[in-house]
Write a protein that binds this ligand. Sequence first.
Ligand code: DQQ
Length: 533
Amino acid sequence: LNVSQSYRTAYHFQPTKNWMNDPNGPMYYKGVYHFFYQHNPYGPLWGNMSWAHAISHDLINWVHLDIALVPNEPYDINGCFSGSTTILPNGEPAILYTGVDANLHQVQNLAFPKNISDPLLNEWVKWPLNPILSPPDEIDPSFYRDPSTGWMGADGEWRVVIGTRIDHQGAAILYKSKDFRSWNRSLSPLHLSNITTFWECPDFYPVMRNGKSGLDTSVTSVQGKDIRHVLKASFNYQDYYILGKYDPLSDRYDVDADFMKSKGWLRYDYGRFYASKSFYDGEKKRRILWSWVCEGDTAPDAIEKGWSGLQTIPRSIWLSKNEDQLVQWPVKELEKLRTRKVHLENKKLKGGSMIEISGITASQADVEITFSFSNLKHAEVLSAEVVDPQILCTQKNATTDGKFGPFGLLVLASKDLTEHTAVFFRVFRIANSFRVLMCADTSRSSLKPFIDKPIYGAFLALDPRYAKISLRTLIDHSIVESFGGEGLACITSRVYPVLAVGEQAHLYAFNNGTQSLSISSLSAWSMKKAQIV
Ligand code: DQQ
């Protein structure tokens, strides 16, 4: 086996070959999940942007269909860029996407299914009156893209937002329409912020204050005191979000705190994760999030592999109990792929020790582990309240011993640990409270040259005196997706081992702190291959 072929995944969504980036227009329609994505049909690098299309009954096993949109009209000849789907009141789904026209201007276009009674929606027809929106005079035509899914306002009119920049600020401009075909720009953007100069792929949706159910925005306006609204924007190679109160009549959006201003700079994922998009799943009444996970290897590597880019496992997403952040968890359907289980309980992990978790395929696994300690009195003291968790993870990496931690998992590890990716926690004390740091350290993940091997970090918003620290990690050959504290913080990485490949990959639980702790429970499964045909 050529090692470059070992990086293909077994249960993450991928085309059979070539380039993939942003998720586009995911939806649930007449019993079928649809997924579109930015795709280059002709090669493993970005270019010839098209909307490729796949369908599923469970979000895990997929069938690739024909490409839905290719750049072949004057208004999209330089690319069919990202966009969204909206299900209109007559039950018809519409694609709203960005075209890059012959002058390299970004414009917005519509497409509809050729045959509405085909549940697979295999063929799409571009609207004859495209483009339906061109950049307003004061907006730079190369920064005007990625229309969101439409939502219904209190006046019965549709709204969408488009990512742009206004006066050198990142912005989501708002448009309104009665029929989804002719649109008027609202005087004020939904939101703008000087923290960055340009936004891509804005997403805007309601979440409930109690419970995990999602909300449908395409029927009637969703409002009330038990509803909060999330605005996500993609910039700086990361997906940030804010929470606030939205009035569906005036379109006023009062945010709790602006981007990168709230505690911990709220992000969906503190690793490699970009241009995500959510949709409402009417079958299971939940909101689901998809995201592109780009490569950390080089263009020549992509050419050798013949492909580039992964999608995360779709995640359910909802508002936390404290209502100050979102929580994510891989869709339940993934668990159908679990096979060969190992389980242990109440296993002591002394300071400076490690155990191997054997009996599963460590290169293709799902692991859930929960830790507990008797007494945190001797936790390391952290002086400043405000620190960047990524810097903290870099200074205090998995090999630097502390008191409570570093403890966690070594995944995709070679037997002698020459290669490994560490996903771990450290507990700090700040005055009378505690702070839990979650890290993913890929710095020793590969002996291959020219690989990007970052150390990622996030704070886990839980109090370790009352809540156990848990970790779920999805390992799939070249991707590691980790969920700390039952989804309070997520970190996704890409890794390219050359030793820890296939059956040569090992999995360990470790404690490099001086204080001992216990694994209150650990369950790990080998994962079957998803059917992606
Ligand atoms: N990717 C698309 C754009 C979008 C960017 C082009 C984000 O529409 O802004 O492939 O990754």
